[in-house]
Design a protein around this ligand. Structure first.
Ligand SMILES: Nc1nc2c(c(=O)[nH]1)N[C@H]1C(S)=C(S)[C@@H](COP(=O)(O)OP(=O)(O)OC[C@H]3O[C@@H](n4cnc5c(=O)[nH]c(N)nc54)[C@H](O)[C@@H]3O)O[C@H]1N2
Ligand SMILES: Nc1nc2c(c(=O)[nH]1)N[C@H]1C(S)=C(S)[C@@H](COP(=O)(O)OP(=O)(O)OC[C@H]3O[C@@H](n4cnc5c(=O)[nH]c(N)nc54)[C@H](O)[C@@H]3O)O[C@H]1N2
Ligand code: SF4
Ligand SMILES: [Mo]
Length: 759
């Protein structure tokens, strides 16, 4: 009789890490079942999810990379030789050593992607080696909100949606039906059926917008103006929380003066909205006993607008007293388990090496100096943000260092859990930069277009064959996950094993005391007094949230306050002002933000409330304008069942969603003479891509393009690289630091001028 047993494990096809029981027969996983006894405690999560069934197929997909590969032909030609792990590790170590000896440790950069893996092992290796250059997505994913929350509140806030308290919920630039599609999305469906007033701010009529009490189809890139407009109405109508403002806000008078010009008429004109809707939204937020707000990439990826938008949102929360209060939001606490910043060992990155941070002269907040200034504040409350992600190097500057050796040569790159040829801005430039390197190492599941450019492709162990512990950057006291069901198949290894083994070859032995990833997680949890076995049984470490922590009394009898310079919530910020930014939330002069000329972002003082909305003419070269009708482009609106450049190899998915879409409103389609299913060409000054036209409910004059599209059924290497030049929207985008947000460097994936025509 064959031996059959069930083992706890987790999915990892999105951030939920849903709990499974794996049925294991003779060391092989033969079935998976939902485990509602562990996070997220809900069988329906699986029922609504199309991805989890892929787990078995992906685990032993014949297309997986199963052994270390060394390039033998021309870079990109797709000619590989199978080698052993020891050969791979020894050769990579030797080649890296030669480059470091010649150029210094800063010659190595890393590239990371979304939250697919634990990145701290990579960061630990880089810190101990002495490289400050972690290139990633920080500037356009998560960092802007985190930085602005910390500047205002001294730490990050998370929405607390509690039917017992919440009276209003704002969903701002996020589309959980597609990007989350699980527990949070289902909680929103309950909100939509309840008495809670639901307001959605999104240029597209998303699923949640269709269920909202009020939908504000804002013009892309004008959210800062809208947020100031809400503040203006709330102050003018006396809807502020006087007690909270008096006791806990710094700079209210200044903010009130600043907001004055943002009348409903001005805001409606600038943002392309109905002035009555602006007033209605402000009243809903201002009159609610508790108002919650969730924002997303729609406002994170708006270039120079990003800091003023997030700051205006912190002000909106503060003047209405919606701070660390049940039903609005909770100020997170540091984790009891070892926080990310300690796991990544950022304290070991030598000061002399931090000086090689490429960002420092450009983005004074998103760099090691900026981190130190912010950390000096948060540390007083015993907590530190993860350093590597929040100091991540600006891709524009890393690519320049690769291509031009300016200000020093970056000659080597480690790519972990990302596919930059699809997901980073300006594909042509990324391609040239990768092609120019002396050493490119890619840790992957599949031979992606990016992996095809590598010198070494290393087989990464995935879900079910590795333990997981999801901590969301370690800014809160919650972590969930569980054990591996089986050992990694074939010669796959965890990313941790690679960085540890390489670390040992660089004399980092004392800093890698845990032989395996599971041991390392167990050590991190031990700080919280939880044993790994216990964690695997319950699947989560969490503490119930505490509210109103600023009111807690310290030993001397004074209230704790906020971890900011003034101890209050900072509506006006001397800290940010000290870096040359405006002390108040101030949108860059002309909207939309993405127009390269407009993004110089010399922060204006109180804006003259212009009578007419400044909608800039498209900032495109005449050659581009000659190609078609100008529209405003937004990119990357999430779509199930795909995730960025992943899962396009799933034939069932492709049968139901076969082609990358350019969505436009029916009125825009009519104006352009386009119909559903038409092939269209979309162009910016960077180039052009081909997509399929689809009409959808959204603002007029706008095109929303899918992102991450390549064709895994084709050869991922030269010459076509899986079709990355065909429909990949990042062929059209740009990440120039000069036109980005001046504190953080955020570039724009939205509010981009483009032209469109029938192919
Ligand atoms: N299916 C799927 N799910 C994913 C991912 C994926 O690739 N696919 N990626 C994961 C990752 S890495 C992330 S970061 C999250 C992101 O999750 P979300 O933040 O929910 O991202 P989007 O779905 O792109 O939603 C952004 C919304 O902002 C709107 N928007 C665009 N421009 C503007 C603007 O100027 N102002 C406003 N107010 N709205 C605007 C878009 O129309 C869109 O509906 O999703 C995660 N989940
Ligand atoms: N135009 C435009 N561009 C965007 C965005 C947008 O909205 N518009 N969104 C941006 C955002 S928010 C993000 S987060 C990025 C996402 O960008 P990426 O993270 O680069 O996108 P993915 O396609 O999810 O790439 C993940 C790759 O990692 C591999 N992988 C997955 N898990 C693991 C693992 O555990 N270990 C290893 N070694 N490999 C693994 C997968 O096979 C896949 O090839 O894209 C950004 N780019
Ligand atoms: S992909 Fe689906 S099953 Fe997997 S973690 Fe996400 S919601 Fe859960
Ligand atoms: Mo992201």
């Amino acid at each position: 009789m064959t031996e059959r047993e069930t083992r706890k494990t987790n999915c990892h096809f999105c951030g939920y890490l849903c709990a499974f029981e794996a049925v294991v027969e003779e060391g092989r996983v033969v079935d998976l079942r939902c485990d509602p006894t562990r996070y997220p405690y809900d069988e329906n999560t699986l029922r609504g999810c199309r991805r989890w069934r892929m787990n078995l197929a992906v685990l032993d997909d014949p297309k997986r990379v199963n052994h270390p590969l060394r390039r033998v032909g021309e870079r990109g030609a797709g000619e590989w030789e199978r080698i052993t792990w020891d050969e791979a590790l020894d050769e990579i170590a030797a080649r890296l050593r030669t480059l470091v000896d010649e150029h210094g440790p800063q010659t190595l950069a890393s590239a990371i992607g979304g939250p697919h893996a634990s990145y701290w092992p990579l960061h630990r290796f880089m810190n101990l080696l002495g490289s400050p250059n972690n290139m990633g997505i920080g500037q356009i994913c998560w960092n802007p909100r985190i930085w602005m929350d910390v500047a205002a509140f001294g730490w990050t806030v998370e929405a607390d949606i509690d039917p017992a308290h919440t009276e209003a919920l704002f969903i701002w630039g996020t589309n959980p039906a597609e990007s989350d599609n699980s527990a949070f999305w289902r909680s929103l469906l309950r909100v939509a059926r309840s008495d809670i007033s639901l307001v959605v701010i999104d240029p597209r009529r998303t699923q949640v917008a269709a269920k909202a009490d009020l939908w504000l189809p804002v013009r892309p890139g004008t959210d800062a103006t809208l947020a100031l407009g809400l503040i203006q109405v709330i102050i003018a109508e006396g809807l502020i929380d006087h007690d909270f403002v008096t006791r806990w806000c710094f700079g209210f008078e200044e903010l009130a003066a600043q907001a004055q010009g943002y009348t409903p008429a001005y805001v409606a004109e600038t943002c392309g909205l109905d002035p009555d809707d602006v007033v209605r939204a402000a009243r809903i937020f201002g009159q609610a006993a508790a108002a919650a707000l969730v924002s997303g990439r729609g406002i994170d990826q708006c270039g120079a607008q990003v800091a003023p938008t997030h700051r205006a949102i912190t002000c909106l929360r503060a003047i209405t007293g919606n701070v660390d209060k049940p039903g609005s939001c909770v100020l997170a606490e540091r984790s009891d388990f070892t926080p990310e910043v300690e796991l990544e060992m950022s304290a070991w990155l030598p000061e002399a090496q931090k000086a090689f941070c490429l960002n420092t002269p450009y983005t004074p907040l998103q760099c090691y100096d900026g981190y130190a200034r912010m950390n000096a504040l948060t540390e007083r409350f015993g907590r530190s943000l993860p350093m590597r992600y929040l100091a991540s190097a600006h891709p524009d500057l890393v690519l320049r260092a690769m291509l031009e050796g300016d200000p020093y040569p970056v000659r080597a790159l480690f790519v972990e859990a990302t596919n930059p040829l699809l997901t980073y801005a300006d594909t042509h430039r990324v391609f040239r930069a990768l092609a120019s390197l002396d050493l490119l190492v890619v840790l992957e599941y599949y031979l992606t277009p990016t992996a095809s450019m590598a010198d070494y492709v290393l087989p990464a162990a995935g879900a079910i064959e590795r333990p997981v512990f999801q901590v969301h950057g370690g800014v809160a006291n919650i972590g969930y996950g569980g054990p591996a069901a089986v050992e990694p198949l074939y010669e796959r290894r965890t990313d941790y094993d690679f960085f540890r083994e390489l670390g040992l070859r660089f004399g980092q032995g004392q800093h890698w005391p845990d032989a395996t990833l599971q041991d390392a997680y167990a050590s991190a949890l031990a700080s919280a007094g939880m044993a790994w076995d216990e964690f695997c049984r319950v699947g989560i470490y969490a503490r119930p949230p505490a509210f109103l922590k600023h009111e807690q009394l310290r030993e001397d009898g004074s209230p704790r306050g906020f971890a900011t310079q003034t101890g209050k919530v900072e509506l006006a910020s001397d800290l940010l002002g000290g870096w040359g930014a405006s002390r108040l939330p101030t949108p860059p002069a002309a909207a939309p933000a993405a127009a390269p000329q407009s993004a110089a972002a010399a922060p204006a003082a109180v804006p003259a409330p212009a009578p007419a909305a400044p909608v800039a003419p498209p900032a495109l070269a005449p050659e581009t304008l000659a190609k078609g009708r100008p529209l405003t482009l937004i990119t990357g609106a999430r779509k199930q069942p795909y995730n960025a450049s992943m899962y396009l190899n799933n034939l069932d998915f492709r049968a139901s969603y076969p082609a990358p879409l350019a969505e436009i409103s029916p009125a825009t389609a009519e104006l352009l003479g386009l119909q559903d299913g038409d092939a269209v060409v979309l162009a910016t000054d960077k180039g052009e891509v081909r997509l399929t036209c689809k009409t959808a409910a959204m603002r007029d004059g706008l095109v929303s393009a899918d992102y991450g599209w390549w064709f895994p059924e084709r050869n991922p290497g030269a010459p076509g690289f899986g079709g990355i030049w065909e429909s990949n929207i990042n062929v059209l985008t740009d990440c120039s630091v000069a036109t980005g947000e001046p504190l953080i460097g955020t570039w724009s994936y939205n509010a981009i001028d483009c032209v469109i025509r029938k192919a």
